[in-house]
Design a binder for this molecule. Structure first.
Ligand code: PMP
Length: 389
């Protein structure tokens, strides 16, 4: 009995509470619970790791390398996954690891800000922009950089432009809008994976940020990576992480490496097999889910009659080798009903928690809604939406 109790004490939490027909449905965050069903299948076993008590104790992973806290096994699997998917060029780039891409985004701001006593560097992104960009940029009131708003309204030469493509919140494909002066771009490619959008070419920007949160669904592992072209910038970003958290959890890195390996192995196996083992192909699983969810959402919007969604964006996907539509991770839902100027509030009264347009630099008649939650939450959400008129 004592042993049972000890085991129970370290059992993982179950995360958010389960939903029922009358629950408040919280689709504010992009919590990627949709992926759980995939990892509960055979792939989950193949992604399991065991870390004995004596392992991963040192601060250091690879003492001689630029990013000394990066586990070589993770770097290998990151490069292997990009080769499989073809969404980014990794050859000739430095790989950095961060506690989520959220930490790497801050590392990039630190690395790109001029040292010395000059005015803070301007950080911009075209509206509607990811709501964390202004929040994370300004929360410590840094003297190095400050949020300067919508890139399309910005007039100046010294800036960092955050380019999120496909875009959180609206799913659009984005390129840097500013091309003048000493500005530099940071490309946040969290959603540039085949389940969300056609992979049209291998991205090769100066700084590219990725995260397992939205690629495999393991948001709780808190693991992101950056591909950085310039050695000096990569060194400064690495320095930021050294000062901020003295590196990144090795346990998380090993787990992420094993997860990425399970994905790439799944495709290697399917390519070699006659009977195609679709249970091991993450991007196929996730795309099927997104196709089905978007069909249900569009049907609910049509049934309601008071909402609109962005149009579908088709393109040729080099990974799928066919023309496919984009299925964004968020619905950017607009309401045309007379008097509904605060759509977030309107939906909250109907027990749906969304994130209002204001936080993205847009108006209050639009909200962002996660498409990645559990099947149960998503089903209740579309049912409620369809009944609104
Ligand atoms: N970039 C974008 C565009 C995101 O939507 C998110 C997560 N919502 C992140 C970065 C942060 O991801 P992570 O969990 O790796 O910190």
């Amino acid at each position: 009995a004592a042993r049972k109790k000890a085991e129970a004490e370290v059992a993982p939490s179950s995360g958010k509470p389960p939903v029922t027909k009358d629950s408040i449905i919280n689709l504010d965050h992009g919590d990627p619970m949709m992926y759980e069903a995939f990892w509960r299948g055979g792939a989950g076993e193949r992604a399991t790791i065991v870390i004995p008590g004596w392992q991963t104790m040192s601060y250091f992973s690879d003492v001689g390398s630029l990013c000394w806290f990066l586990e070589p096994g993770l770097e290998r699997e990151v490069r292997r996954l990009h080769r499989l998917v073809g969404n980014a060029v990794a050859d000739g780039y430095h790989v950095l690891v961060g506690t989520g891409s959220t930490q790497l985004f801050q590392a990039a701001l630190y690395a790109l800000s001029p040292p010395g006593p000059s005015a803070p560097m301007n950080v911009v992104s075209p509206a509607p922009y990811y709501s964390s960009y202004p929040a994370v940029t300004d929360f410590l009131k840094s003297g190095l950089y400050r949020w300067a708003g919508d890139a399309k309204m910005f007039d100046g030469d010294t800036y960092v432009e955050l380019v999120c493509s496909p875009s959180n919140p609206d799913g659009g494909i984005r390129e840097a809008v500013l091309k003048s002066g000493d500005g530099v771009a940071v490309h946040d490619l969290a959603y540039y994976w085949p389940q969300y959008t056609p992979i049209t070419s291998a991205a090769a920007h100066d700084i590219m940020l990725f995260t397992v949160s939205k690629c495999t669904g393991h948001a709780g592992t808190r693991l992101g990576w950056a591909l950085v072209k310039d050695r000096a910038v990569a060194q400064k970003m690495s320095k930021f992480i050294e000062l901020n958290t003295i590196g990144v959890s090795k346990d998380s890195q090993l787990r992420a490496a094993k997860i990425l390996k399970a994905i790439t192995d799944g495709y290697d196996r399917a390519a070699g097999d006659d009977d195609d083992d679709s249970s091991g192909r993450l991007f196929h699983f996730a795309r099927r889910k997104m196709v089905s969810r978007w069909a249900k959402l569009r049907a609910a919007v049509a049934a309601s009659g008071i909402f609109t969604l962005p149009d579908e964006l088709p393109g040729h996907c080099t990974f799928a080798n066919e023309t496919v539509s984009a299925y964004p991770p968020f619905a950017w839902l607009r309401c045309g009903k007379e008097g509904v100027d605060d759509l977030e509030g309107y939906l909250r009264e109907r027990k749906i928690i969304s994130r209002g347009g204001g936080k993205f630099g847009a108006d209050g008649r639009v909200v962002r809604i996660s498409m990645l939650d559990t099947d149960e939450a998503f089903a209740i959400f579309v049912d409620r939406l369809a009944a609104m008129n």
